[in-house]
Design a protein around this ligand. Structure first.
Ligand code: GLU
Length: 314
């Protein structure tokens, strides 16, 4: 149910942005993708869009960053739209308890990744989207979906980030080849990885990301346009997978501290969903040991506590 917007929303967001700017503990910027290592660790942005469409923005709300694994929420949504529940034959929906780029479970589980948000799972999902298309078409489809959801045709791929990961993404190459050996990928590994690296390299601001996430807040519909993006049931299920798997082996900690479905990316962004209440995007490039935004998580913990927005109660 949509709630009355908190009268303090603007103040809360502004205060949190100021608090986060001042903190010395910022985590470590990802360096395994060389282009991401160049990002300024002092950046911090936060945008909340509530049920009325009120936008509260703080800090670097309009600075674009690499959304990385947050793109996996949107590729999952697209792939479910294309093949429905058959997708779950190719990828599981259980938390992995393993790092985002781990290969160990894949051997025991015959090449079927645990969930669509670890790298292996997201590569399998990308392969589903790619089937029957040229890589360029599949990528265009993903990018247009983001632009449509955010109502912003300027959203683009950062080619330097994509090229950087194409040069250095050896683990993802290993994961993809390993899955291919089990017959889990249908397309040439290079094609699937090319699309995967490029959708991870989509560049967006917190404001654009919070806009794109609104359909997950409102039972599958984007309120400003009235577009039904997915059914209410599908939105609920995507949120469930975000809650249980959205932060890799830090998913339990995120649920414990923040209490919202959320998806992180190694660019330092997090998209969080307060069902019926708000779409929230936060960005701080420094990461914790699990590869999730350190201050992003802390900011969301403070936000949900101050506004009573955890799905588990106040
Ligand atoms: N493109 C990144 C990778 O595949 C995504 C990881 C992440 O954002 O967690 O390594």
């Amino acid at each position: 149910m949509p709630q009355t917007p908190s009268p303090d929303l603007h103040a809360v967001v502004r205060e949190i942005a100021e608090e986060m700017r001042a903190r010395p503990d910022r985590g470590e910027v990802a360096t395994y993708i060389p282009e991401l290592a160049r990002v300024d660790a002092s950046a911090f942005g936060l945008v909340v869009i509530d049920a009325d469409g009120t936008i509260a923005a703080g800090g670097d709300a309009d600075v674009a960053f690499s959304i990385q694994s947050i793109s996996k929420v949107f590729t999952l949504t697209l792939a479910l739209g294309m093949v429905g529940d058959r997708l779950w034959r190719r990828v599981g929906r259980e938390p992995s308890g393993s790092p985002f780029n781990s290969i160990v479970q894949l051997e025991r589980e015959r090449g079927i990744p645990r969930n669509p948000f670890i790298n292996a799972g997201a590569i399998a999902v990308t392969d589903v989207i790619l089937s029957g298309h040229q890589p360029r078409e599949a990528l265009g489809e993903i990018l247009r979906f983001m632009q449509f959801l955010a109502e912003d045709p300027t959203i683009a791929i950062d080619e330097a980030v994509a090229a950087s990961e194409l040069r250095t993404g050896f683990r993802n190459v290993a994961l993809a080849n390993y899955m291919k050996s089990f017959g889990v990928l249908d397309n040439p590994v290079d094609f699937t990885l090319g699309v995967y690296f490029h959708h991870c390299a989509i560049s967006m601001t917190c404001r654009q990301l919070a806009r794109a996430g609104r359909f997950l807040v409102h039972s599958g519909r984007t309120p400003s346009t009235g577009h039904s993006v997915v059914s209410a049931e599908r939105a609920r299920r995507i949120n469930a997978v975000m809650l249980t798997c959205g932060h890799y082996d830090g998913s339990g900690e995120f649920a414990y501290r923040v209490g919202l479905p959320g998806k992180s990316g190694v660019g330092g962004g997090i998209l969080a969903v307060a069902p019926g209440r708000a779409s929230i995007a936060v960005w701080s490039p420094g990461l914790d040991a699990s590869g999730n935004s350190h201050l992003g998580r802390i900011a969301l913990e403070i936000l949900t506590r101050r506004l009573g927005w955890s799905i588990f109660g106040v």
